[in-house]
Design a protein around this ligand. Structure first.
Ligand code: SAH
Length: 343
């Protein structure tokens, strides 16, 4: 069955016309799905029972159900374990800021990029999420909270550029004026750096913030952390990011997980400053988070601050990422694909 939450309003209008229904019904349904976050046709109470039954016979609404929620005692961050219609489980994280609520969404079940420090990739990739399922992560969390989510980061499990079409469809649907209408400026898409994807993405007219997972200032060090660096040299990846900036006018954010003994010394900081010199860049330093299967160490706070100071001294805008949800394994790189068997 076709997933109705996956359709743009124009596509939905065509489907509704094909069913012999009036055009305004499409807007009502679109609003139920994307503004009110309806997860079933039964909720669409301004439609006749006959129409709701007809829709249920033709379409499905990709099922994303809350299985468990863990809440951080430190900062109120909530980590959701969500179940998809085929039984796959994914994780999403709700973070509270003074400016609103932000959801960190997964874009794939697992991930195949293989970054050495990341939990999401430990068991490889199972499948792509559909646009409807990615939307479902946000809408289910909103239902659970009884609050609107204002911001979104594509920084959960999965590589957005490895699921390009569904991710772009998700972004357009999330921003649709007659739907959720989230501002593209409140969205960050994070990528491990697939240049073709980045270049294509810059043409989509979606003014989101692009975040590049850089993590090293030279190819040798980057290859130790990220297999993707063996395929694409930094020069090519950075050229694609420059093109993104030129095309969209949006400052690119560079993520740098600071890993003890690998990329955290003064020489690395100087190399990084030189690499980004002259770019309209923002560096986000992420103290590497512990992952059971990985044995990377996190430098002391004072060492990370020293690293930051070097960047700032050389004219590079740099901040240290505030950690949220660290007591519930909700921080960057700790989300994973999970199997839970019930007896
Ligand atoms: N596939 C996308 C989204 C991944 S998660 C990407 O690679 O950008 C978002 C960020 O968390 C990425 O920068 C990722 O490299 C980083 N990350 C992964 N594992 C981490 C860990 N253990 N500690 C700190 N950051 C981590």
């Amino acid at each position: 069955m076709k997933d109705i939450r996956e359709l743009y309003l124009e596509e939905l209008k065509q489907e509704i016309a094909a069913l012999g229904e009036k055009a305004f019904r499409a807007e009502q349904i679109f609003s139920w799905l994307h503004e009110k976050g309806a997860a079933s046709f039964d909720e669409m109470t301004n439609l006749s029972l006959a129409l709701r039954e007809k829709l249920a016979g033709q379409f499905e609404i990709g099922s994303v159900r809350v299985r468990t929620v863990q809440e951080s005692a430190l900062d109120g961050t909530r980590k959701y374990l969500l179940e998809l219609s085929d039984g796959n489980l994914i994780e999403s994280v709700l973070m509270r800021y003074h400016y609103g609520c932000s959801v960190c969404v997964s874009t794939q079940v697992g991930c195949r990029m293989g970054c050495a420090f990341c939990a999401s990739t430990v068991e490889g990739m199972v499948r792509n999420l559909s646009a409807s399922e990615i939307l479902g992560e946000i809408y289910e969390i909103e239902r659970d909270l009884g609050e609107k989510v204002t911001h979104c980061v594509l920084m959960g499990s999965g590589e957005p550029m490895d699921n390009y079409d569904e991710v772009v469809r998700f972004l357009r649907l999330l921003g649709a004026q007659k739907g959720h209408h989230m501002s593209m400026r409140n969205i960050t898409v994070s990528t491990c750096g697939l240049p073709d994807g980045i270049r294509r993405f810059s043409q989509e007219n979606l003014p989101v913030t692009l975040a590049l997972s850089l993590h090293a200032a030279d190819d040798e060090t980057r290859k130790k952390l990220m297999p993707v660096a063996k395929r694409y040299p930094l020069s090519e990846v950075l050229r694609a990011c420059d093109a993104y900036f030129e095309r969209t006018g949006r400052r690119v954010s560079y993520e740098y997980a600071v890993v003890g003994g690998v990329n955290d010394n003064e020489a690395e900081a100087l190399k990084l400053a030189a690499l980004l010199k002259g770019k309209n860049a923002h560096v986000n330093l992420i103290p590497v988070n512990p992952v059971t299967e990985r044995h990377f160490t996190r430098p002391d706070r004072t060492e990370i601050e020293a690293f930051q100071k070097i960047l700032v001294k050389h004219g590079i805008n740099a901040t240290i990422r505030r950690e949220l949800g660290s007591d519930i394994d909700g921080a960057c790189g700790q989300l994973r694909r999970k199997y839970i068997r019930e007896e």
